[in-house]
Design a protein around this ligand. Structure first.
Ligand code: KMH
Ligand code: ZN
Length: 271
């Protein structure tokens, strides 16, 4: 089986220090958390950034400062900025980090509910425009899938030339789609042959779904964006602790961990 790519979603836009005091906001904190995750075995950092007071932002200069800090600490890591940002941001705001020429970025392939009255809006034109700009800017999308229709959108837009194949998918289970093995299997069966995939289980589903993905030959995303607990009722001290747990599970199941360069090879990234 191919080596395991671990993505660390260290910060997110919704989770706060009230949920877990270790959630990073400042450039220094974001650098420190990325380094802890990288040292534990993460090859990709999925990156949102914050103002010092925790306000989510897609500001290009703030992304640059955080990316520089991460590269200073982890020179070979893959940084994958979010283009989802936070609910309510404009497309122009959200696209800013792709101007920095990252190796990857997320491409959210549909609209979904995001708790309470929040709706995370991704119209067809948004998806096509983001996909086209990522091709122009040489950025490999990670297709974010919150339910099955988003896989179908990605396939349709790949056929129309808005997304290059082979595609890489992130199945986010537990926001809109149920976090079950049945749903994960259905997603995996629905993507084109030759695609790669990772799973992000939200909250208590993070580690059980990681174990399933490791067994199935997929890849794994963990981090404070998705879950702040290392075990029931116990807050994780850092993103590094969450990554370490995945590494332990992978070792028990006989799956080796990919370095960033091995992850580049698997995902077809050019450094
Ligand atoms: N914060 C969510 C509204 C992504 O990073 O592309 C969007 C999100 C997905 O987190
Ligand atoms: Zn995100």
């Amino acid at each position: 089986m191919e080596k395991l790519i671990i993505t660390a979603a260290i910060c997110g836009a919704e989770v706060t220090k009230e949920h877990n005091p270790a959630v990073p906001y400042t450039v220094e904190e974001i650098g420190r958390e990325a380094e802890a995750a990288y040292k534990a075995g993460a090859s990709i950092i999925h990156l949102h950034v914050r103002e010092d007071d925790g306000t989510p932002t897609q500001d290009k200069a703030r992304f640059k400062a955080c990316m520089d800090e991460i590269y200073k600490r982890c020179p070979d890591v893959i940084i994958q900025p979010s283009t989802g940002g936070a609910v309510g941001m404009t497309d122009e705001e959200r696209l800013q980090p792709t101007e920095l020429g990252p190796e990857m970025a997320t491409l959210d392939c549909g609209t979904c509910n995001f708790g309470g009255d929040e709706v995370f809006v991704n119209t067809e034109n948004t998806i096509k425009n983001f996909g086209r700009l990522m091709i122009e800017r040489g950025v490999k999308p990670e297709v974010e899938v919150f339910d099955k229709g988003m896989v179908d959108y990605a396939i349709k837009y790949a056929k129309q030339g808005f997304i290059k194949e082979p595609m890489h998918f992130d199945f986010v289970l537990g926001v809109q789609m149920a976090a079950t093995v049945r749903d994960l299997s259905f997603m995996v069966d629905s993507i084109p042959a030759g695609s790669t995939w990772t799973v992000a289980g939200i909250g208590r589903h993070e580690f059980p779904l990681a174990a399933v993905a490791i067994t199935m030959g997929g890849h794994v995303r963990v981090g404070f964006e998705d879950n702040v607990y290392i075990e029931k009722g116990v807050l994780a001290k850092s993103n590094g602790e969450l990554v370490e747990k995945v590494v332990r599970i992978a070792k028990e199941l006989g799956r080796e961990i990919a370095t960033p360069d091995e992850a580049r090879e698997i995902l077809g990234l050019k450094k």
